[in-house]
Design a protein around this ligand. Structure first.
Ligand SMILES: Cc1ncc(CO)c(N)n1
Length: 227
């Protein structure tokens, strides 16, 4: 069994818990509170910006042109492609997307998640540590989307396009990320393998907390100062 297969097996109960939580169940029913979706969009557009910037930090750690080209494509996808999924949600809310995301912040759970990725990018030379912290981002969404599709017919559901978005185009990305991590994991120490494992599983938990944060509209409770 490849190293990343073990990580994915260990992540399965966390993904099942996310599936059962209020956010995804609300998406499945198609009646989730619009305030939860608004909060999610405010947090997620900033999260994806940082995600793209962290990819750019990884480019500096790579030498292979194909690997670099792939990360450039991913940056484009995160910045220009994934906004399509956000527009589906903005339509559901019934407000202009730019108006929704204005004034968003790194709310507590997304703040912790973003800093988890940056920490690994700055602490370690090898990109694998950061890749393990980033891989749950596409992986968890792909698994959730496939699970939803397997169990429900979303015909007529206003959030169907959001789910559909994550059922396609994720395989090549996952293969590439898994390949990088497995190549490194085969030759590194047990201690490093344990860091990789923790990084991956902690990010799966971060994914869960991000949805919970959105559902409950968690914020810092600190007043924003305006100049
Ligand atoms: C927090 C989060 N995780 C994963 C994805 C999927 O790319 C996303 N858009 N946001």
């Amino acid at each position: 069994m490849m190293f990343t297969d073990e990580l994915q097996r260990e992540a399965a109960p966390i993904i099942e818990a996310i599936y059962q939580d209020d956010f995804i169940q609300g998406v499945i029913r198609g009646d989730i509170d619009k305030k939860a979706i608004r909060h999610y969009l405010k947090a997620d557009h900033l999260y994806l910006n940082e995600f793209a910037k962290i990819y750019s930090l990884l480019i500096a750690k790579l030498n292979d042109k194909d690997d670099i080209r792939f990360l450039l494509e991913q940056i484009d996808f995160v910045i220009n492609g994934e906004v399509t999924a956000h527009y589906t949600m903005a339509d559901y809310v019934g407000e202009n997307y730019q108006d929704i995301i204005a004034g968003g912040e790194w709310y507590p759970a997304s703040d912790h998640y973003i800093k988890h990725m940056y920490y690994n990018a700055y602490k370690y030379d090898d990109a694998s540590f950061t890749i393990c912290a980033m891989a749950p981002c596409p992986y968890v969404y792909q698994q959730l989307a496939l699970k939803i599709k397997d169990n429900h017919d979303l015909t007529g559901n206003p959030l169907k396009d959001w789910v559909d978005f994550y059922t396609v185009n994720m395989d090549e990305l996952m293969n590439r990320l898994n390949h990088w991590v497995n190549r490194f994991a085969e030759t590194t120490t047990d201690e490093n393998r344990e860091i990789l494992r923790r990084n991956f599983l902690e990010s799966c938990v971060h994914e869960r907390r991000f949805f919970e944060m959105s559902y409950r509209q968690e914020a810092w409770g600190i007043e924003v100062m305006h100049a």
